[in-house]
Write a protein that binds this ligand. Structure first.
Ligand SMILES: Cc1cc2nc3c(=O)[nH]c(=O)nc-3n(C[C@H](O)[C@H](O)[C@H](O)COP(=O)(O)O)c2cc1C
Length: 188
């Protein structure tokens, strides 16, 4: 099982990064093969809405998104780890997600979408505790999963963590995260 992991926080070694470490520990424990990309280190231009992909079937812009797409299409599962930034994704990760537009075109316009092949696991953190904290992020993941040929599975969402490393103080969380990773590559 190949798992592509996108580390979406601009903050190095932060809460979503630590949670992702644990999830991927579980993946590897069960023999999954992990490729981890640090979105903050990639050069990915925002989508300009040029509609070039609707003609070419792929994005006309050449940058690190080429690598993301190649790895994504070669993976069984995808893990996206992110903090909430004003009820949504950090800008760098949102830019990457917007560049999935060619896959939307393939499915919706050309009716040649990717077949369902694996799972998408969202790992999210936020400082506050409101019930709707992850609504924006979840809606986006729910929207893109079918274009990627993935099924959105029960996410790992942690509220009330702000300072770097705060996730380490949440009792039992490491075990839950490792189990999530194991389930990703073993269950159904
Ligand atoms: C620009 C910015 C916007 C944020 N917006 C929210 C928000 O809307 N709601 C919230 O609960 N936390 C918000 N936070 C706090 C982060 O989600 C929180 O610190 C999280 O633990 C950071 O995760 P990381 O360590 O993986 O970067 C924001 C932080 C930043 C820097």
């Amino acid at each position: 099982m190949k798992v592509l992991a996108l580390e979406g926080s601009p903050r190095r070694g932060g809460n979503s990064s630590i949670l992702l470490d644990w999830v991927l520990e579980g993946v590897e424990e069960k023999g999954g093969q992990v490729t981890r990309l640090y979105v903050r280190d990639l050069e990915i231009s925002p989508c300009t809405g040029c509609d070039g992909c609707q003609v070419a079937g792929e994005c006309v812009v050449r940058d690190d998104m080429d690598r993301v797409m190649t790895l994504l299409l070669d993976s069984d599962h995808l893990v996206v780890a992110t903090p909430v930034y004003f009820y949504h994704l950090p800008a760098q990760l949102k830019a990457l997600v917007d560049r999935f537009q060619p896959l939307w075109g393939r499915r919706v316009l050309l009716k040649k979408g990717l077949p369902e092949r694996g799972k998408l696991l969202l790992v999210g953190v936020g400082a506050t505790r409101g019930e709707r904290l992850f609504d924006g992020v979840l809606l986006t993941m729910k929207c893109v999963a079918p274009f990627l040929g993935l099924v959105l599975v029960d996410p790992l969402l942690v509220r009330g963590v702000d300072a770097v490393g705060a996730v380490r103080d949440v009792r039992g969380l490491k075990g839950i995260a490792i189990k999530k990773g194991m389930e990703l590559v073993t269950r159904g």
